[in-house]
Design a protein around this ligand. Structure first.
Ligand SMILES: Cc1ncc(COP(=O)(O)O)c(C=O)c1O
Length: 441
């Protein structure tokens, strides 16, 4: 069967995630190959990847070291039980990951996705307080517009209304602070906006309302991605850290998209110089090749669990595929690739070029804001009156037809290309977007 025939055959059975299924199936967009910066479509076109897949293929596609590591591991040992047994690659990967992360974030718990990392971190935070005798600390604080995956804990602390409203009452004991988006004061910021550190003060109000002794953790994305790229104002994350410290509350950074070089440093923790107690990761950990996530925690949290009789399990949590051998192999091949090619800091080298290119779109039709940090960019569009999301989605379709993959959320275009991108490819993304935006109603 030809690739095209395959592509158009029997699309009904698959209920696609976060997709307008009926619209998609009338006019499917299928990728059948990927190499370096490009996807190949079912009809044989090359599409430049402006989004690293879904913020995950940070080293680009079809990278030989990762492919070979995966192939070798599948042939050697396909699976080993994750509970009460181990295999060398999981320990090796954990050691290499913690070497990348600043101390005291010295321990790693493996999961299979960003959503599972979030659930794991939330449970770890609540259990940590309990094992230390502060079992009343069960409340979790998230943020409006936050995205922390799609499981119940994650949508409870998350703040994207569409992801929450269909799913009942969610987790109890959760509260939210406001988001930091402020177009009036911060439109067209390059890097961190100047205004808005004071939004962190709202945490004090929420903490006082519930009393600090009831609060386990605050979770934020250092740069909120899925909601349309909200970059933290200068001083904001530092202030959250201070307030958490003052009240014995754990701070969780959800680094599922900011981890592994996206901001021009290995993690947002390095970029902002703010050290949380727990860090959730996934995506770039294996370059998106095999599903995997990891939660980093401080030695203090880890040690709190390592008490009691040694034959007893310390943390009643884990997944059949925690530290899956093939995922670990992919992770090791990925770290080798990042390190050999300097990809975890390449975003810093390209940041100015990237920012100049994106901000050159100021004044283009429909554009009301442009923002950037590391190799992340967002272009916010004026919504069509009464039809939110439609204008940005039309831009997505037109850009795809013109050979560039972008991502949209609401009326915001979000860009996060693989960290191997060349300057000429940045130019291609921007010139394509300029034409697309000019052509939109
Ligand atoms: C900040 C953040 N947390 C969690 C997730 C969920 O990750 P996954 O889709 O792997 O479950 C995402 C996914 O985009 C994310 O951006």
């Amino acid at each position: 069967m030809s690739k095209t025939a395959l592509a158009t055959n029997n699309l009904e059975a698959f209920w696609m995630p976060f997709t307008a299924n009926r619209q998609f199936k009338k006019n499917p967009r299928l990728f059948v190959g990927a190499k370096d910066m490009h996807y190949t479509t079912a009809d044989g076109r090359q599409v430049l990847d402006g989004t690293a897949g879904l913020w995950c293929c940070n080293a680009g596609h079809g990278r030989p070291k990762i492919t070979e590591a995966v192939q070798r591991q599948v042939a050697e040992m396909d699976y080993a039980p994750a509970f009460q047994m181990g295999h060398p690659a999981a320990f090796e990967l954990a050691a290499r990951l913690t070497a990348l992360m600043p101390s005291p974030l010295d321990h790693v718990f493996f999961t299979n996705s960003g959503s599972e990392s979030v659930e794991t971190a939330l449970k770890m935070a609540i259990a940590y307080h309990r094992v230390r005798g502060e079992g009343a600390r069960t409340r979790l604080i998230g943020r409006e517009r936050g995205y922390h995956g799609v499981n119940f804990g994650g949508i409870s602390v998350g703040g994207i209304v569409a992801n929450r409203k269909h799913f009942g009452t969610l987790l109890g004991g959760v509260d939210h602070i406001r988001h930091t988006h402020d177009l009036e004061r911060n439109a067209y910021s390059r890097g961190q906006p100047e205004s808005g550190a004071e939004y962190a003060e709202e945490l004090i109000r929420v903490v006082q309302l519930h009393d600090p002794s009831t609060i386990a953790a605050v979770i934020v994305e250092p740069v909120a991605g899925s909601t349309g790229v909200l970059i933290p104002p200068k001083g904001y994350l530092e202030r959250l850290r201070q307030i958490c410290d003052q009240h014995g509350i754990l701070l969780i950074f959800d680094e599922v998209i900011t981890g592994f070089g996206r901001l021009g440093s290995p993690f947002a923790v390095d970029h902002f110089g703010v050290t949380p107690d727990l860090v959730t990761t996934a995506k770039g950990i294996t370059n998106g090749v095999i599903p995997m996530g990891a939660v980093f925690c401080t030695s203090d949290i880890h040690e709190a669990f390592m008490t009691g009789p040694e034959h007893l399990i310390e943390f009643f949590h884990g997944y059949t595929y925690s530290g899956h051998p093939v995922a670990c192999a992919a992770g090791l091949g990925t770290l080798d690739t990042y390190e050999e090619e300097g990809l975890l800091t390449r975003g810093a080298e390209l940041e100015d070029y990237w920012a100049d290119a994106l901000h050159s779109l100021k004044g283009t039709r429909h554009v009301i804001d442009i923002r950037n940090i590391g190799l992340i960019g967002a272009i916010e569009l004026e919504p069509i009156a009464g039809e939110p999301t439609k204008r940005a989605f039309s831009a997505f379709l037109k850009a795809y037809d013109a050979g560039v993959l972008i991502r949209t959320t609401g009326d915001i275009i979000a860009l996060s290309p693989p960290l191997i991108i060349e300057k000429s490819q940045i130019d291609q993304i921007v010139s394509t977007l300029r034409e697309v935006l000019q052509s939109l109603d």
